[in-house]
Design a binder for this molecule. Structure first.
Ligand code: GP9
Ligand code: MN
Length: 412
């Protein structure tokens, strides 16, 4: 009922600030191109293997972009689908199962729906079966106009790696759809090649494997490199097609690729013993915001997470979205985030990392008195609970967004 919604609104009004940043409106009427980098974690950025950069293109791109080096994925069992859910809604994923499966018929107030009223066309590109993660159903609820799934691609033995169509062919075959789309558009490309178990034939592997007792970690580096090369090729094609200048390109890692099961090998690669603190720090994934022609490029070290992308993008587009419920805040706004919450109640803020019941100093990784983490512990659980209530109760049904008169899944 509506009274529960009041509680959530009250909490968000009190606790989630929505300041405007200097970048307000910088993307006005531009295309948005999201690239979801399958299983890419930040620990590969600016790192080498046998003298070779793992991600030479991303490393270069970072020099010419905003790079958030303390950006965390916040996904749970829904993996890629959770990352999509968080990014589009600025809500948390569910504690058990993928919300893409369990609550696909809910009312949402996702970015594709909000920007439809500003004349934006929206599409997802992902060369997997459309019903994987129940995407075909969920994308309608999120307000997407078009889903270029596997059936829009020519997939054969030659262009298949691991789970399906390789990333290079995926981008190559996508560009014609992108060119013919109504402008401005809001688009999302979901890569696939760098997926567990990170299989890659020798002729496509352009850097060495790592040498450890973990086959998974060993194979990870050449497939990450493959995706890096595919993204490089995509940027070239965007430039050739003339779309590049009018677009803002946002790349992010969807979730970890290497689980803590491989900590011994990971410790060998990083040259240290992996502690619970390190396990949290390994949940960092790259976030690169590339604005063609922008000279204000820098590395931003504030603590941030996937939950912040929706308000960030809406602010960049210059869209007033006052009447909404989001748990994240604009990444470019001055005020630092209070905290980044993980689904199990662990959290990170500027000072501390809290995990496995222990409080750490975020900068040094040293254990500190629990007093430092105590005040946020309950607040994080409270916030996760409010997000869950919204989803379980389908509370957006009762919400008056005010600024969007026709927000009822217009693409249905
Ligand atoms: C499947 C792709 C990978 O379509 O998104 O899914 P994941 O296993 O990473 O959730
Ligand atoms: Mn994934």
């Amino acid at each position: 009922d509506g009274s529960k919604l009041n509680d959530v609104e009250e909490y968000v009004d009190k606790n989630v600030d929505q300041p405007k940043s200097d970048l307000w409106g910088i993307a006005k009427d531009k295309n948005i191109i999201y690239i979801s980098l399958e299983s890419v974690q930040s620990f590969v950025i600016n790192k080498k293997i046998n003298g070779e950069e793992i991600t030479p293109f991303l490393n270069d791109l970072i020099e010419d972009s905003y790079y958030f080096k303390n950006f965390y994925h916040q996904t749970n069992l829904g993996k890629t689908s959770d990352s999509e859910f968080i990014v589009e809604n600025s809500l948390y994923p569910l504690p058990n199962g993928s919300v893409f499966f369990t609550h696909a018929q809910n009312d949402y107030h996702a970015v594709p729906e909000i920007i439809k009223d500003e004349g934006y066309y929206s599409a997802v590109f992902h060369a997997n079966n459309k019903s994987f993660w129940n995407r075909d159903v969920m994308y309608e609820s999120l307000g997407y106009d078009q889903f270029y799934s596997e059936r829009f691609y020519n997939v054969n033995k030659e262009n298949t790696i691991g789970w399906g169509l390789n990333d290079k062919s995926f981008f190559d075959q996508s560009i014609k759809y992108l060119e013919s789309m109504p402008k401005p558009f809001y688009s999302k490309f979901i890569t696939l090649t760098n997926h567990h178990p990170f299989e890659l034939d020798e002729k496509n592997a352009n850097i060495d494997q790592f040498d450890s007792n973990s086959r998974t970690l060993n194979q990870y580096f050449p497939t990450v490199r493959y995706t890096d090369e595919a993204v490089k090729q995509f940027f070239e094609q965007l430039k050739e097609s003339g779309l590049y200048e009018d677009s803002i390109i946002i790349l992010y890692g969807d979730h970890y690729g290497i689980s803590d099961y491989h900590n011994k090998a990971m410790g060998q690669f990083l040259g240290k013993k992996i502690t619970p603190y390190d396990n949290i720090q390994l949940q960092r994934v790259p976030l690169i915001v590339h604005i063609p022609g922008n000279e204000d490029d820098r590395v931003i070290d504030k603590v941030s997470g996937q939950i912040d992308l929706k308000p960030t993008v809406l602010n960049m587009l210059g869209i007033e979205n006052k009447n909404d419920i989001t748990f994240g805040t604009d990444l470019f706004a001055k005020k630092p985030n209070d905290f980044i919450a993980f689904r199990n109640g662990d959290f990170v803020n500027e000072e501390n990392v809290f995990t496995e019941g222990t409080c750490y100093d975020r900068k040094t990784g040293e254990e500190v008195d629990m007093k430092a983490c105590e005040p946020l512990k309950d607040k994080v659980l409270e916030e996760l609970g409010y997000s869950d209530e919204l989803i379980y109760g389908d509370l957006f049904r009762f919400f008056d967004f005010g600024n969007t008169p026709n927000n009822q899944n217009k693409n249905k």
